[in-house]
Design a protein around this ligand. Structure first.
Ligand code: PLP
Ligand code: COI
Length: 359
């Protein structure tokens, strides 16, 4: 057991009065977690402190060269008040793989889980009870060394902040409209697309703007070399149901290995639905659409959960998928995944982790 120093907030923040209007990622809880790294000392001084601004040297390296990584997870309130996490060890494994790619010293995954459990337990009253709402958890690491030379920082801050949130898309489970981007690219093999680092998201904003101007909510990225293979959407992995088979782009090095993606593949296989992880071109999807074989398309992600795609625009072709309604596989996945996450159903895969009540 690690020692985690606790400084409780003297005045508590005001909780949202209407849990049906939380939005996503705008409200924060009473406490946050901080762990420092300094060369020679390693990761040290784990502490839970009142939520608030942090002081930063203007020369801190994360501000100049973007050496930072993050994760996204959720805590769910079950009907009897029990609090659950979903496969948290997977997030911490991915956090360390992001660290590895971004030259950030790795962290002890046991400490990450234990300290997160303690933080979530302290702020458990903030976990909303309203349907489809949860406590979004944002762990992140920033490079803090004050120096302008380009090299890996010698000091870092690991922090976790918590945000009671509703659905990521304001439309909830209604199908989203997605724009296939064939000019800008998100990532290339050998780059940083397969880890969660802020730069991937900063470089996606321009295409997101273009899509928004045309009333599309998200961008579907194509591969960075030939611009013909489907990769992923801004904050979710993609699945296409073609002639009864679920196809998802293979993890070729430029796509984020989503934990929801991995779970959906395991779930579909357990139901006997054929799943194929392979490279798939946008032309193959367009051909399947024209042939009437594109049954469903949906995105998967922690924030996005299962998000049906109702419209996909590629050049002049506008694909209307599923008549604007959620398809049967997407619906079954949504019900099964959320049932499991919120503790409404059994957990045959052993993915749910209870946050013990100690405070
Ligand atoms: N792809 C990108 C670019 C993401 O930001 C996310 C969200 O984390 C995902 C996919 C989905 O990953 P996960 O299911 O682990 O949340
Ligand atoms: C998540 O799904 O947790 C993410 O990190 C997506 C985020 C970019 C909103």
């Amino acid at each position: 057991m690690a020692t985690i120093r606790v400084e409780r907030a003297k005045t508590l923040r005001e909780k949202p009065s209407d849990e049906t209007k939380l939005g996503f990622g705008t409200i924060f809880t009473d406490h946050m977690l901080i762990i420092n790294y300094d060369e020679g000392q390693g990761w040290h001084d784990a502490r839970i402190v009142p939520y608030g601004p942090i002081e930063m040297n203007p020369a801190a390296m994360c501000l100049h060269y973007g050496q930072e990584i993050f994760e996204g997870m959720k805590a769910y309130r079950g009907g009897d008040g029990t609090v659950y996490l979903f496969r948290p060890e997977e997030n911490f494994k991915r956090l360390n793989s992001s660290c590895e790619r971004m030259c950030i010293p790795k962290m002890d995954e046991g400490l990450l889980l234990e300290s997160l459990m303690q933080l979530v337990d302290m702020d458990r009253d903030w976990i909303p009870a309203v349907k489809d709402s949860s406590l979004y958890i944002r762990p992140f690491i920033i490079a803090t060394e004050p120096k302008l030379g380009v090299h890996a920082s010698e000091s870092y801050l690991y922090m976790v902040i918590l945000s009671p949130s509703g659905p990521y898309y304001p439309t909830g489970l209604d199908p989203v409209k997605i724009y296939v981007e064939d000019q800008y690219v998100r990532a290339v093999r050998g780059g940083t697309g397969m880890v969660k680092t802020g730069g991937n998201y900063a470089s996606s904003l321009k295409a997101q703007d273009v899509a928004n101007e045309q009333h599309y909510s998200q961008v579907l990225w194509l591969d960075g070399v030939e611009r013909k293979y489907v990769e992923e959407v801004g904050a979710m992995n993609m699945f296409f149901v073609i002639g009864g088979e679920a196809v998802t782009p293979a993890l070729t090095g430029s796509i984020l290995p989503g934990i929801t993606r991995k779970s959906v593949i395991e779930m579909l296989k357990s139901w006997g639905v054929p799943v194929s992880e392979r490279r798939i071109t946008i032309d193959e999807i367009a051909d399947a659409y024209r042939a009437g074989k594109l049954d469903e398309a949906f995105g998967t992600g922690t924030a996005a959960v299962i998000s049906p795609v109702g419209e996909l625009k590629y050049g002049d072709l506008v694909m209307n998928i599923g008549g604007g309604k959620i398809g049967p596989i997407s619906q079954r996945l949504y019900d099964s995944l959320t049932g499991l996450q919120w503790g409404r159903t059994a957990d045959p895969f052993g993915w749910r982790v209870e946050v013990p009540k100690k405070q």
